[in-house]
Design a protein around this ligand. Structure first.
Ligand SMILES: Cc1cc2nc3c(=O)[nH]c(=O)nc-3n(C[C@H](O)[C@H](O)[C@H](O)COP(=O)(O)OP(=O)(O)OC[C@H]3O[C@@H](n4cnc5c(N)ncnc54)[C@H](O)[C@@H]3O)c2cc1C
Length: 359
């Protein structure tokens, strides 16, 4: 058994609000680990609308969702947050006052003083394809994400879908697989044209197969798939021998394990918090961003930023109970500027803002 990772704060969710929380907690000297089920940073901004414009970030008249995530990530850099992507937080257990044990579905374990739930609308989870009897193969030879490419070396791989994930993994796994087939129900793709062109080039070179049709059933034993039956668009049926099936049918947001962490949820999906510190009914566990509820809540990014700032003030009182909090501005505090790694323009000037533990 590996030792738990000990840290001040575990943030559940690496969306925009989890990212800004790293900054506010960092200014007050708290170290963060972030866990996200997605294999990328940015939550809804990265997964649902990366190229769409955003016009209501204070002081930023125009950015894209992708641009915002990049800027937030840049802002967290001085605090060196640790990311655990492709992992879902399954349990949060209170083991002290406050001290928590947090476990992920990949076996990572943390011991932390503060838990910040920034889980948005819940965890992004893959949509299951409509193939009867797929369940026994899931996690054994049917995979909805590629965690380690090596798993597929020398295997006969069948990839299903027409979006970016299906095409990206087709291109990445083609050199490793002993044989690779891409199956899609139509000849139009939602993936980037460049990926489609590269895939077609591999087909042209005879390195992979591309088939139009849909999987109707699977056969195999003990969770190990042996072949997939495919109905082509011409209504003929044939079989593709394969060792692994990778269906990429998109993602859906589900509240997921958060529902089992003992909170009395508002409308079965939101965690009630107070508006002084955005703390939940459990001292030391905070909920910020789209996942929380309080009277007047607006699911806007700017609301989550404000919530993160107030959350950090209260969190610091738990993590540094002996320290006096001093309100400081980043503009004028040499101590905050030192943490940010920026050179102060002139010696420290009063007045000060945002509380930071006085050392
Ligand atoms: C199309 C669209 C346009 C939008 N435009 C705007 C706009 O213009 N302005 C604006 O202010 N807002 C906009 N929003 C809303 C905005 O995107 C959300 O308010 C914001 O993303 C909330 O951020 P968050 O960090 O709270 O949650 P999210 O962005 O949802 O991130 C939460 C993350 O937590 C992860 N997670 C959840 N549970 C777990 C778990 N158990 N383990 C591990 N990871 C977990 C999820 O996978 C996800 O990545 C828009 C939303 C959409 C869909």
């Amino acid at each position: 058994m590996t030792e738990p990772i000990k840290t001040d704060v575990v943030i559940v969710g690496a969306g925009p609000i989890g990212l800004f929380a790293v900054f506010e907690l960092g200014l007050l000297d708290m170290k963060c680990h972030l866990v996200d089920i997605l294999d990328k940073i940015g939550g809804q901004c990265a997964e649902l609308y990366p190229e769409k414009p955003i016009y209501d970030i204070p002081g930023v008249p125009y950015t894209t969702a992708h641009g915002l995530v990049d800027a937030l990530l840049q802002q967290t850099k001085p605090f060196n947050p640790q990311f655990h992507l492709g992992e879902m937080v399954e349990s949060v257990e209170k083991i002290g006052d406050p001290l928590f044990r947090v476990k992920t579905d990949q076996g990572t374990e943390f011991e932390c003083k503060i838990v910040v739930i920034a889980a948005g609308g819940g965890s992004f989870q893959p949509k299951r394809p409509p193939i009867p009897g797929i369940e026994p193969y899931e996690g054994k030879s049917v995979f909805y994400a590629v965690r380690k490419m090596e798993t597929f070396r020398g295997k006969r791989v069948l990839i299903v879908g027409g979006g970016d994930s299906a095409l990206d993994w087709t291109l990445n796994l083609a050199p490793l697989a002993s044989h690779l087939t891409l199956l899609h129900r139509r000849s139009e793709f939602r993936a980037s044209p460049d990926s489609v062109n590269k895939m077609m080039a591999l087909v042209g070179e005879g390195k992979i197969d591309f088939v139009l049709g849909q999987v109707t059933s699977l056969s195999g034993s003990d969770g190990q798939i042996a072949k997939a039956t495919v109905k082509t668009n011409e209504a003929s049926t044939y079989e593709i021998a394969c060792d692994a099936l990778l269906p990429f049918f998109g993602l859906t947001m589900k509240l997921g394990p958060v529902a089992n962490w003992g909170f009395e949820l508002k409308n079965n999906e939101l965690i009630p918090v107070n508006t002084e510190s955005f703390e939940t009914s459990v001292p030391g566990i905070f909920a910020i961003g789209d996942i929380n509820w309080y009277p007047g809540k607006l699911k806007l990014i700017l609301s989550g930023f404000h919530e993160g700032a107030l959350m950090a003030q209260k969190a610091a009182r738990y993590v540094f109970p002996e320290k006096r909090l001093v309100f400081q501005y980043t503009t004028s505090s040499t101590s905050l500027q030192k943490k940010l790694g920026v050179a102060p323009e002139r010696p420290a000037a009063a007045p000060q803002r945002a509380a930071a533990p006085a050392s």
